[in-house]
Design a protein around this ligand. Structure first.
Ligand SMILES: *[C@@H]1O[C@H](CO)[C@@H](O)[C@H](O)[C@H]1NC(C)=O
Ligand SMILES: *[C@@H]1O[C@H](CO)[C@@H](O)[C@H](O)[C@H]1NC(C)=O
Ligand SMILES: *[C@@H]1O[C@H](CO)[C@@H](O)[C@H](O)[C@H]1NC(C)=O
Ligand SMILES: *[C@@H]1O[C@H](CO)[C@@H](O)[C@H](O)[C@H]1NC(C)=O
Ligand SMILES: [Cu+2]
Length: 211
């Protein structure tokens, strides 16, 4: 008994320490080398249980983190995750933040930014991947640059191989647009005339209510 309970303690301690966090910055300042339309870093490895924390530090900026695919980097993946649009008019401390947790580290998780203003961000290179594996990052970025369109379809917070539990955290001053959100963001009201009350009501009715 004693040996097995010691083992259980050690095993659960290992599970706790195995959970790590990796930060990806969304957008850069306008004068950044390579331009503002980037995820930094844009290629990471993350095991099951890792939190990938997207921090919307680029300003001024209005970006999304939307799951896609290698073949169509600028189109939303069926059942993929989507942060919604987070707008950052000036530097905000702390920045807006959206955590996803990796649930399957055995296949690449591709993502892009849906924003079309002032130029389509995805085609300009605002794409990234988690767990590239044997696939080619150059193929992904060249497919993005060659995309004929940037898909605007709305995803949910649960994706394929990675999921969030809700909308991003928004500090005061940040804006949020997500027509399909069924959950109020943490910290602030949703922008664009969709009040927090409507969104809370929507969360009561769940997915049945389409805004
Ligand atoms: C991810 O892991 C693979 C090996 O599994 C390695 O080749 C690659 O360099 C790693 N990528 C990064 C960004 O660390
Ligand atoms: C952010 O971008 C979205 C999509 O273009 C737009 O609907 C929204 O109004 C923008 N938000 C702000 C605060 O500009
Ligand atoms: C991560 O979780 C997925 C889904 O349950 C599983 O298929 C995969 O084997 C896990 N990865 C590792 C390294 O155990
Ligand atoms: C993201 O995860 C980190 C690590 O668990 C946590 O400190 C942070 O509060 C989380 N952020 C949000 C917006 O949930
Ligand atoms: Cu963007």
């Amino acid at each position: 008994m004693r040996v097995s309970s010691v083992f259980a303690i050690v095993a659960s301690a290992a599970v706790v320490s195995a959970q790590s966090i990796q930060i990806i910055k969304v957008g850069a300042t306008a004068d950044a080398q390579g331009g503002p339309l980037v995820f930094t870093p844009n290629n990471i490895n993350a095991t099951n249980g890792t939190i990938v924390s997207f921090q919307f530090t680029g300003f001024p900026g209005n970006h999304s983190v939307t799951q896609s695919s290698l073949a169509s980097p600028c189109e939303p993946l069926a059942n993929g995750f989507d942060s919604g649009w987070v707008s950052v008019p000036q530097t905000l401390t702390p920045p807006p933040e959206w955590n996803i947790t990796i649930t399957n580290d055995q296949a690449p998780i591709w993502f892009y930014c849906k924003q079309l203003q002032k130029a389509p961000h995805c085609k300009a290179g605002m794409v990234g991947v988690i767990n590239l594996g044997v696939k080619s990052f150059e193929t992904f970025t060249s497919n993005a640059a060659a995309a004929s369109d940037v898909g605007q379809g709305e995803g949910g917070f649960v994706g394929v191989g990675a999921s969030a539990t809700g909308a991003p955290f928004l500090p005061s001053g940040a804006g949020y647009t997500n027509p399909s959100a069924t959950q109020a963001p943490k910290g602030a009201a949703i922008a664009n005339g969709v009040s927090t009350g409507v969104v809370l009501l929507a969360s009561i009715f769940g997915m049945a209510l389409t805004l």
